[in-house]
Design a binder for this molecule. Sequence first.
Ligand code: ATP
Ligand code: MG
Ligand code: MG
Ligand code: MG
Length: 564
Amino acid sequence: MKMSKMYMPTLKEDPSEAEIASHKLLLRSGMIRQLVSGVYSYLPLGYRVIRKVEQIVREEMDVAGSQELLMSPIQPRELWEATGRWANFGPEMFTLLDRNSREFCLGPTHEEYITDLIKNEVKSYKQLPLNLYQIQTKYRDEKRPRFGLMRGREFIMKDAYSFDVDEEAMIRAYDIMWKSYDKAFTRLNLKYKVVEGDTGAMGGRVSHEFMAMSEAGEGFMAYCEACDYAATDEKATVVYNVENSNQEELPLEKVLTENVTTIEGLEDFFKIDKSSFGKALVYSVKGKPLVVVIPGDRELNEIKLENYLEISSHDIEMADEEMIIDITGANKGFTGPVGLKEGTRLLVDSRIKDMKNLIVGGNETDIHLKNVNYGRDFQGEVVEDLLMIRDGDICPKCDEKLKMARGIEVGNIFQLGTKYSEGIGAKYLDENGKEKYFVMGSYGIGITRTVAAIIEQSHDENGIIWPLNVAPYEVIITVINTKDEEQMNLSQNIYDELAKKGVEVLLDDRKERAGVKFNDRDLIGIPIRIVVGKGAADGMVEYSLRKTGEKEDINVNDLIKIIE
Ligand code: ATP
Ligand code: MG
Ligand code: MG
Ligand code: MG
């Protein structure tokens, strides 16, 4: 590709709306442009990178035995009602009406859809296991879209779904996907950790998140260097059994207007700081939210249960605000609100013991209980020790101290069980002719977020440093003086020679100052660089790698050999 013809609208300055490196650099290098908040166009250079990342993921999925298909992003509301997720997704769902006022959403994920798709076609155990995937644009009306490709409202995801006869077979499928993710992320040059995850809106019990190590990440993880333990911060410490209950009932509305309680020292407890944006505000054990802290100025309608998911991570900016504390055992809306009724198995962090005046779910929609005290209103015993992450906590597997790190969730795998097959009514016949629900797993990789993660891990003050296998082009030839015939001819020869060998090569033949070309070259991050300047007359060029920057003068003939 000749750069004189290339559409690459680079920017000299950092765009003011961008806070993190990948966002700045993707904009500056002319790889993406924003249409509206969280919605981007992928420009030619950026789209090449995206396709390469997709291709690596695709190859690993194919090797793992998953088959690619493509579903529609448009999904009818009924499918989501069947599993109760229409309400759960709440405002994160992009919805639309057709001309007959039938309701649809733009798919944030495809569990319901694919289960329905195979429902009437896969009928026998003989057709299992089955694993299908797609690479497709997903839609989530995120509350706080930000950081460019990191958290868009439209983004590209690879999503795979496995169908198996039983739990054991599903776990096998899960392990295969896990290995395939390891291979993909390793090929993508990411430094990452696999951490025990929160099952969140997906349901199911077991999940693992693939976290690319990065200070720019919105995720927190704790990990142990002595053993292999690693988990997200959305995990809590202790499980209590509620033994008695004598709280007052109060409609939520009243709680909000009359009963806002300030609890000092909470900031520390929840690790709220501006940079974490309330990330630790919803704790959960195995996907169940425990403590929701909501600033006192919240609108009533924002505190409804279906919004809890949203409140969880991105939204709370003030550390010193008056607060309501709400402990609820609800399964993120899956089964409706659950409060402190006798016999309720409540999952809470042990430090809740020190808090007075808790507000908890009241076992009824919009009803909460106020002035709930640990000890007086509910007692607990430790049923199970789980982790809630704090720096220096002790690893639950060994006695070492845990370390904390920030990361970018680039992938997430889930053991779903039969939640979706039951909801959709998808069954097969087993060897004995008995009807059974498919046992499922689902597996996501954020393709566009991965592009951002690669940049976060690989850039310097001058621009992006692409790993060779995802770089938009592998080689760039910079012509110092385009008016010099010798330089132009030699460049053209090298360009032709490399292109003939299948090398992806850029020729910077623009009539710009050399300085401008060098800046762009560094910015767009092409891994292998050739400069054709004064030495052209003697067949000499300058060769360097973006990564090290060490320059070497070499003869053209040797050059072609090196690059091969
Ligand atoms: P997050 O915790 O960041 O909101 P998630 O857990 O909601 O992500 P999943 O439902 O697990 O996301 O989706 C699978 C993958 O899709 C994620 O691991 C992530 O890489 C990617 N992804 C999710 N939401 C976004 C988004 N808004 N923008 C870009 N990528 C996303
Ligand atoms: Mg999310
Ligand atoms: Mg997540
Ligand atoms: Mg996830």
